[in-house]
Design a protein around this ligand. Sequence first.
Ligand code: ATP
Length: 328
Amino acid sequence: MSKTIKKIGVLTSGGDSPGMNAAIRSVVRTCAFHNIECIGIYRGYQGMIEGDFKEMGPRSVNNIVNKGGTILKSARSKEFMSPEGRKKAHDNLVKAEIDAFVVIGGDGSFTGALVFNKEFDFPVIGIPGTIDNDIFGTSHTLGYDTALNTVVEVIDKIRDTASSHNRLFFVEVMGRDAGHIALNAGIGAGAEEILIPEEDLGLERLVESLEKSKLTGKSSSIVVVAEGDKTGKNVFELKEYVEEHMPEYDVRVSVLGHMQRGGSPSCFDRVLASRLGVKAVESLLENKTNFMVGLINDKVALTPLEQAIKGHCEVDKELLRVSDIMSI
Ligand code: ATP
């Protein structure tokens, strides 16, 4: 059933990512542009359940386009997983006369939005905000480009110390289920090897490759490892394995951790956030619901939330070949 949308809520949910603030700003200002009221919902779905709302005008989002994190705060809400929790959330939205919401988050947040829509016929649109880039229906999620730049910058620094001491560094980056960050940042930073969840290169091949590098005159190496890589060993076990098989190497480990989620968003992420926010609001105004806005072939496009959640965002395996050639 279509209804006139006069007030839109916006929330950030799940893990935060750089660019979320730029997306909030875009949603708020697009609402103002179309003379629609906008309500900020704090702390994700938990804030929805608790009625933690604040009216947002175009001036309330001044000076945030460049800020990491999210001014609305993010949260994971167990209570929203239950029908009772969602009922409370719906009651609050109705009380505040909110007609639709835009949720900025990952596939868990989209699942919550879809369940909510099915229960209450409530219009929802998702904006993909996660550094992992593992969402189907967009070539880039918000924060991914910034995370790549952060990782490359840090590996460049690690390389300085690796080459000064003839060291081998294992650098662990985020990506429990997807190797996008490892693969792209690895190539960008000139890693010798890249280990990702999608492909099992095998430990013997890793040692062989490092030995080959050594023979061709390389005295230091960087191996980028995604958290969820398929060797079945964590980064410290990998270090032990290589030390055992290549005692001549001084092996070190660096786990980059949460620094990858932080920082000022890149220009790409700011522009992406601005574009996705405009499309999200305008889609709701056209009575479209249950879609995710994303980037497909450089154009902003809608993908049904259901597909975005269920679909698989494959890594480009050609990049593994490129990486192999680069590390000759
Ligand atoms: P990230 O990619 O950073 O993990 P995410 O959006 O996938 O982000 P989740 O913690 O999986 O993060 O989900 C965020 C919130 O969405 C959950 O805390 C919960 O409130 C809601 N949610 C997730 N799955 C469901 C579900 N099946 N039903 C209702 N709500 C859900």
